[in-house]
Design a protein around this ligand. Structure first.
Ligand code: NAP
Length: 454
């Protein structure tokens, strides 16, 4: 895949970048090693000072950076500004909390003193996707650098300007030269980097095949990995719910980021008693969304990221319809220039249809009518994925049952799934393993050393 900026709203190729050569990559890894030696010896407060400086740059430059995000991947400008501001919050979270998460933990044993100590590992490769092109990177980079690791970013090939901007932010924030570097390389070059013994660990956010490839190479190399992969999250609505709030939240949960979010609500399980009401309200809510120029402030939905995705989602919808699904509204190409796809809803999804099990990474909601919560949970758990989940109900026993029985890395009650620096984030089953954010996120790439002093 060429490393280039293509505006998905106009299909215009804006800029193409020369990929880094193997020699350039090797030099970057060497710099990363040297930077790690320096950063690991910085007191944590020194690291925090520079992480706060990075947060300030993100806040000060949110509008300019947001324009680049929208240009490269098509999310609305307002959503892009919100993303950059969230990154500032994430960076500040780790500036404030790293010392607490990484302080020695005394454990009483027969020793004079014994404790857990959190030490950095060294250079970590981060393979990242384009859908939240700054947030996905910051949620890796902020804890990694605060722990004293260094970062090598292999970003998605369609967001090179975002990738270079992030490198520049950490440079300007005063981190050691080489502490965070962008490698402009395609996916095919990842294996060579992973096999380099100087690279100590890897994290990948993206699709299952990419995750499986990185994990198997790292398995051979015996290197730790964190994988944040796809999802097909359940969103359950029960009769006791505030239906208006559930529909409004569900619409946002399915369509935000132009429908391209891993933790989007993708499958809606609605109790039979309220099914027709919910369907009618969701239809109205989806039809009210304005599709168009993502730079305009009154646009709700911009284009899909690229032609491949546009064709793939359209084919997924066509296949589901062929298998008996019914179109409630939308879910079709808008036509004309740009990869615009109308947000839509399908119902009556056949169990034998691929759509029943696969992830649709675009603004298409699948509606399922269920007789009770048990049925909702059974179908929800039949998915190979287990990223997050949500339920709208005001019955305490239903809330408890969903929390206990939904097979997912998170359950949100009367709210949509989201990521929050204070809480761990990650999935189970084919959605990946390991956790980002919170204490788990910063400890993921630490040597949790046992210290025993007799
Ligand atoms: P993708 O194709 O897997 O791309 C993600 C990253 O992996 C890119 O940097 C890509 O590089 C690289 N890559 C692709 N194939 C690779 C391989 N064989 N070896 C090494 N690296 C490889 O993912 P996508 O389709 O763009 O992103 C959408 C997917 O990501 C969805 O499934 C979504 O649910 C998931 N996602 C998950 C999370 C989460 O937190 N769980 C968050 C966001 C997205 P190139 O661009 O150069 O190909």
């Amino acid at each position: 895949m060429a490393i280039q900026t293509q505006n998905p709203a106009t299909e215009e190729i804006i800029k193409t970048f020369e990929p880094h050569s193997d020699a350039q990559v090797d030099l970057a890894i060497a710099k990363s090693v040297v930077a790690h030696q320096e950063l690991r010896n910085w007191p944590i407060e020194e690291r925090a000072k520079h992480m706060r400086a990075a947060a300030k740059i993100l806040r000060d430059e949110a509008e300019g950076l947001a324009k680049i995000i929208t240009l490269e991947m098509g999310k609305t400008y307002l959503a892009a500004i919100a993303e950059v501001k969230k990154c500032a919050v994430g960076a500040e979270y780790y500036a404030d909390k790293a010392s607490e998460h990484l302080s020695d933990e005394i454990v009483k044993t027969e020793a004079k003193k014994s404790y857990r100590k959190y030490l950095p590992l060294g250079p970590v490769l981060a393979v990242m996707p384009w859908n939240y092109p700054i947030w996905q990177v910051i949620r890796f980079a902020a804890p990694a650098l605060m722990a004293g690791n260094t970062g090598l970013l292999k970003h998605a090939s369609n967001v090179p300007q975002c990738a270079l901007y992030i490198e520049d932010i950490f440079k300007r924030a005063g981190f050691p030269d080489g502490a965070f570097q962008t490698l402009l390389v395609g996916g095919a070059k990842v294996e060579r980097i992973l096999r380099d013994e100087r690279v100590r660990a890897a994290t990948l956010t993206g699709s299952e095949p990419a995750g499986a490839s990185v994990a198997s190479i790292c398995g051979e190399e015996i290197k730790p990995t964190v994988l944040e992969l796809g999802g097909s999250d359940a969103f359950i609505i029960m009769p006791s719910a505030d239906i208006e709030k559930a529909v409004e939240t569900g619409t946002t949960a399915r369509t935000q980021n132009n429908g391209q979010s891993c933790i989007a609500a993708k499958r809606f399980f609605v109790h039979t008693d309220i099914y027709e009401d919910v369907k009618a309200r969701m239809k109205a809510s989806f039809e009210a969304l304005k599709v168009g120029d993502p730079m305009k402030k009154d646009t709700d939905i911009g284009p899909l990221v690229n032609k491949g995705s546009y064709e793939e989602i359209s084919a997924q919808v066509d296949n589901a319809l062929k298998d008996g699904a019914i179109r409630v509204t939308g879910a079709e190409k808008r036509g004309g220039k740009g990869f615009f796809f109308t947000p839509g809803i399908l119902e009556n999804i056949s169990k034998d249809s691929k759509a029943y099990h696969e992830e649709i990474f675009g603004p298409v909601a699948l509606l399922f009518k269920v007789q009770n919560l048990d049925e909702a949970i059974t179908i929800a758990n039949s998915s190979p994925f287990g990223l997050s989940s949500a339920i709208f109900t005001n019955e305490a026993d239903e809330q408890e049952k969903a929390i206990n029985e939904l097979e997912a890395g998170g359950t949100f009650v009367n709210a949509m799934s989201g990521s929050n620096p204070h809480l761990p984030f990650g999935g189970i089953k084919r959605s990946g393993y390991g956790r980002e954010l919170a204490a788990e996120g910063i400890r993921a790439f630490c040597n949790i050393k046992t210290v025993y002093i007799a």
